[in-house]
Structure formats: C-alpha cells, structure tokens
Design a protein around this ligand. Sequence first.
Ligand code: KIV
Ligand code: ZN
Length: 512
Amino acid sequence: MAREIQFFDTTLRDGEQTPGVNFNPQEKLQIALQLEKWGIDTIEAGFPNASPGDFESVTSIANACQRMTVAGLARCKKEDIDAAYKALKGAKYPQIHVFLATSPVHMEYKLKMTPDEVLDSITGHVTYAKKYFAKVQFSPEDATRTPIDFLVKAVQRAVDAGATIINIPDTVGYSNPTEYGQIFKTMREKIQTTEEIIYSSHCHDDLGMATANALAAIENGANRVEGTVNGIGERAGNTALEEVALALYVRKDFYQAGSQIVLAETKKTSDLVSRLSGIAIPKNKAIVGGNAYAHESGIHQDGVLKNPETYEIITPQLVGIQTNSLPLGKLSGRHAFFAKIKELGYDLSEDKKNATFEKFKALADKKKQITDVDLHALVTTQQQVEEAQSVLENLQLQYVANGKQGAIVEIKCPKNTTSYVGTSVGQGSIEAIYSAIDEVYARPVRLAEYQIRALTEGEDSQAEVRVMIEDTETHHMYTGVAINFDVLKASALAYLQANETMKNIFKEEQKA
Ligand code: KIV
Ligand code: ZN
C-alpha cells in the first residue's frame, strides 16, 4: 500500500488530562513500551516543563524507546522549549511539539495577545525550537474556531520558521468532517514551502465526531493522526487510535492507506491503559468493548453460525482477543503458568517468579478456571503490592446499632514499618471504611465515583472496584482500582490507592 498514515499517541499527555487519571512514572514507561509494540510512530511522552515528575518521565521514556519518535510538549515559551530539549536529549528520535492558540476567543481572553503578537511569537519560538530539534511540530490551538485566513497566516509563519509537522487541533471538539477536511485541503493548497510538510489531525470528541473528523482529515491529505488509546482525554476525550487503525484496515478499499499498527496488539494495549488509568472500557465501545463481538439476537446468531461475515466485519482474533485460549487451573504447573504469563506480555524477573506463582496457586484454590483477565489482575496487583508505599494491614468491621457499621483500618508503610490506625462509624460498611481511611490521610476528600463489577463470569469471580475521589481543596481527581474476592476489601484497597496517589502528587506540588 503506497500511502502510510503515521500514528501519534498522546495517551500520556492529553490522555492524562482525563479527570482522575494520574499515571506514575513506572506506569508511563510500561504504557510507552506497549505503544512501541503496538506500532505507534510517535509518542507524546509528556509536557517536560509542567512538573519535575513529568520531566523525569519524559526522560526515562526517551531513553527507553528504540523505534518510536519521542515528543515533548512546549508552549511558546523559551523555558518550555529548553526543558523539552533537556528531557529528550537521550531519545534516539526526538521531536518537539510547540503550540499557541490562534482563535479570537483564546487570543483575547486567555493569552491577552493581539493577532500580530501571536504571529510574532510563533515565528520567534519555532525558530528557537528549530535550533535544538530537527523535527519541530507546531499546533495552532483551537484551530477549528480560527478564521481560515488567519490560520493560514499562522501556519505559514510556523513553516517559514522551520516547522515540518503541522497539527490542526479541534481543541473543543467543535468541527465536523466536512469542515475539518476542508481545512486540510486549504492548508495543502495555500501553504508555500519547498519542504515536505506532514499534516496531522488532533480531534476531541465533544460532539462524538473525533474519529470521523480524523478520517476526514486523512481523506483530505493528512498523513498523521493524533489520538489516545480508548479515546481517553479532556472532557469527552480524544480520537480513539484503535478506531482509526481498524477503519483504515477494514476500509482499505476506501481510504487506500495503511499504518504500522500491529492490530493483534490492540486489545492488550487497550486493556493496559484501562487498568492503569482506572477508566473502564464501556461495553459498547467500538473495537475493544466487551460487547463489540457479541451477537444477541437470534437472527444475528443464526447468521454468524452460517457465516461470520454476515454480521462481523472484524474478527476478535484480528485485534488480539483470544477466544479459544485455554484457562489455567489448580493442576497447572509452573511451566504452563510462566508460558502463559509470557504470552500475555510480562517479563518477570527470577526473584519475582516464586511470589507470583504462589499467588497463582492461592487463586487457583479459590477459583476453578483462571482466565487471561485473572492473570492480568494477578500480575498487576502483585506489582502494585511490591511498589506500594502503604499497605492495608488490617480491616475490621463491626455492626454497631440501627444499621450502622463501625470500621477499624490499619495502614502500614513497609519502608519504615510505621502503622496508622483509623476508626469510624458509618451508615453502611463502605461509608465506615472510607471515613476510617480519611482519618488516616487527613485530607478533605469527596467520593466522586464508586463502581463495582465482577471481573469474570461465574459465581467464583473476583470483584473489581474503581473509585474516584476529589481533593476538595485543589479540586483534582484521583482514581484507584483494586481486585479481590472480598468486595469490602477491594473497596478499601481501591480507596487507599486513590488516597496514596493524591498524597504523592500533593507532596510533589508542595515541593515545586
Ligand atoms: O487539543 C489541543 O489543542 C491540544 C494542543 C496542545 C495540541 O491538545
Ligand atoms: Zn488536545
């Protein structure tokens, strides 16, 4: 296929702007390495000047990636460009992404700059970035609400100053496929240059058109698409890259374009981001949702049995869903277990193998069939336990009176063996446990979301609890996810995890 569309993933930058999503540095690295396996061309690893934590994460991803280009975000500010340069020094293929808003509402109210000042800032900062980076990307933020003549002027300034990648952000998800496609057509006709420019789409999903808009850009000459895994991101999210990858593949007759995406790694990538972000994948989500390959009506089932093509345009196997994978059980030995763990993408060090196998045996005692989902949960829970700065040492519940419950929690810091005890009474068990944990953390929080689901089918399923809490002083959101056979323990662990993330980020902010 002659035309190839590049995939630019911003899960760790725009995706992390999802309320409640806070990846820690190890999680960011784990996601980056999986994105490399998935076939992503460029990863936006973060915004290096945003915080010391962001800087360090971009540096470690830059040093680890072997094939992907690693990009860092920068405003039109010299200190942002300097930070991106320092953070990306170790990257094999570094790239900077400079942006400045060009819409009237952003220029007047947010930037408080005149249009001429904005144009001069673009020239000045792209020229400055070009001294350090061979690949400079420029984004006119809120491009789709920018009058087209001014947008052409802004992009021309960026190209004249050395940008070779032009990204057109639909920052507030305002555009539609006809209009958005037309912008790319106009850019390709009007921008004067002898350089080869890559035009890139960047869409938000406020009106539910992010994927359609990205595909319209491709139809009109964009050779790069920006987005996130599972479409996570600010407000309604970004273009879901798995949707674009599959649309190009399934409708290659129409788009006449391909990509480097390894489709069989899609589900694994999606599951990893869902687990680490704490954002569950809706059942009806295209490509990766639990119902995406389920056929409910009798007519459909009959058709699929006669020929899957009657109602299936994508097979689950194409995106890496193993429908016939054999579950493990009580009698499975070390060999079968570690072979399966490897197949699922984990590379456990020798010293971690014994502990993980013991956990597997304990799980197999309680559960007849151990599926891939259980194994992912087992390994990630084990990783969380090893990295945790606080563990739930003890949880006790007691019926008090009039339906009220009392809870005692003991939280231990394994590093210095200090223990903290919280006690509380609540209308129900969850309220009692959460107030007892609040007593330990002593920060004003509000439980914004609580979700519980069975991890797998069957009565012997483990429970998965996802919570989101809001720090009521800073209004930041934090998520926690935990899996356990005991629903109350899973609830306590998820809440503890969200509080730990909040505590760590709060400490970082105090230092900065
Ligand atoms: O949506 C947006 O405008 C952005 C820019 C930083 C490219 O994310
Ligand atoms: Zn964005």
